[in-house]
Design a protein around this ligand. Structure first.
Ligand SMILES: Cc1cc2nc3c(=O)[nH]c(=O)nc-3n(C[C@H](O)[C@H](O)[C@H](O)COP(=O)(O)OP(=O)(O)OC[C@H]3O[C@@H](n4cnc5c(N)ncnc54)[C@H](O)[C@@H]3O)c2cc1C
Length: 376
């Protein structure tokens, strides 16, 4: 694999000991959403990541299409998927959704988000934080407003998360070239593959992202992923995988704002974390912007962001209960439930409710209106 991040002296300038108004650690979905929200605020915003923007995807890169358009990244879409299919050992059920998923190209999406921000970017590996100072492999940088968007490791906060002794799931997928993926985001709930988790196939216009996840972090997912690839007659090539949280954590730690997987914003059960990284990234960015514009102080921003995050805890707790319940259901019962949901009115209600848990309307608030959390 070609390594694109410049090494040593080739890396863009980063002056040890420098100061910024905002330092955002992690330039993926969450960090870039925060940076985008700060565009035009006249602040010195520094984005840090160990890799180049868009260099290293760790997900199947499927998100609700309305969110991609609301974030101005529609041009990164590779394939729109109007259907969802669920396969159990006892059959397949296919739904037409009231909205669609889209698979997208990670690099284009990140570049499109980055282009909407006016933040500086520097390569650095973040090691931790003392007060308002972030420690990196290239020296320290200090800012009154710090954002941890580094994903599940939560590097600015203490304690760091150590799998498998943490409420965290693991996922692994392969990316074969294949045109036979159809027009659905396809999910397999099959204990023969993974006892507590599921498998997926996400078509992406000539590529297919096929993988499995386990809610149990002690269970490996390489063999299940290979097995699903075998069943679908696609090559198990170009592996990528990662851990991701399935329990909400604290939104703030000292003076740091945690966003995306760092705060546990990936939905339990579905493992969908891109939309929520956008959603909470925007919420965090709005609070930071109010500080930069002198409308509130940092302490008020930390409180407001933590309250916004906590307002979503009941929905995350319910989803975690379902994550425990559904794998325990006898497969025939689960199949019957999936069949029972087939009437279009039920599909519209169920998937409409699911989208509303982090609605794309949040990305495009009416001019002058104060954004508020959707009711849960
Ligand atoms: C196999 C798999 C498939 C998935 N598929 C989907 C999907 O299709 N749709 C969906 O919604 N969710 C999916 N998810 C979940 C989703 O990927 C995450 O929830 C999402 O990426 C979280 O975004 P984030 O910005 O918080 O963190 P990340 O995307 O993990 O980004 C963290 C960023 O921080 C950087 N970073 C990390 N540590 C450091 C450090 N110490 N110093 C400097 N930089 C650092 C990383 O390089 C990265 O750029 C999937 C997860 C897995 C594992």
């Amino acid at each position: 694999m070609r390594r694109e991040t410049a090494r040593g002296t080739d890396r863009p300038p980063f002056t040890p000991g420098e100061r910024a108004d905002v330092v955002i650690c992690g330039a993926s979905f969450a960090g870039l959403a925060v940076a985008r929200e700060l565009a035009g605020a006249g602040a010195d915003v520094l984005l840090l990541d160990r890799y180049d923007v868009g260099e290293r995807a760790t997900s199947a890169c499927a998100a609700p299409t309305p969110w991609l358009h609301a974030m101005g990244v529609g041009a990164s879409i590779r394939q729109e998927l109007p259907y969802m299919a669920f396969t159990t050992p006892h059959g397949t059920v296919r739904y037409r959704l009231p909205w669609s998923w889209s698979s997208f190209d990670y690099r284009s999406l990140c570049e499109l988000l980055h282009a909407q921000a006016d933040a500086r970017f520097a390569h650095a590996v973040v090691h931790g934080r003392t007060g308002d100072t972030v420690h990196t492999d290239r020296g320290d940088v200090t800012a009154p407003l710090l954002v941890d968007a580094c994903g599940w490791r939560r590097v600015l906060a203490d304690p760091h998360v150590q799998p498998p002794d943490a409420p965290i799931s693991r996922g692994l997928e392969v990316h074969p070239h294949d045109r036979g993926g159809g027009d659905a985001l396809h999910v397999w709930v099959d204990r023969g593959l993974t006892r507590r988790g599921y498998g997926w196939s996400v078509p992406a216009d000539g590529e297919r992202r096929v993988g499995t996840l386990s809610y149990d972090p002690t269970k490996h997912v390489k063999e299940p992923t290979n097995e699903l690839a075998r069943r679908l007659a696609v090559d198990a090539v170009r592996y990528q995988g990662n851990w991701f949280p399935h329990r909400l954590r604290e939104a703030t730690e000292g003076s740091a704002f945690c966003v995306g997987d760092s705060a546990g914003h990936c939905f339990p059960l579905s493992g969908e974390g891109i939309r929520t990284a956008f959603y909470f990234g925007l919420a965090c960015g709005r609070e930071l912007r109010a500080v930069l514009e002198g409308r509130q102080d940092r302490a008020a921003a930390l409180r407001a962001y933590a309250a916004f995050h906590e307002a979503h805890r009941p929905a995350f707790t319910r989803a975690l209960r379902l994550q425990r319940l559904i794998p325990a259901l006898p497969p025939r019962v689960l199949t019957a439930v999936l069949h029972g949901l087939r009437p279009q009115g039920l599909v519209d209600r169920a998937f409409g409710w699911y989208l509303d848990q982090a609605s794309p309307a949040f990305a495009t608030p009416a001019r002058g209106a104060t954004p508020v959390a959707v009711s849960l």
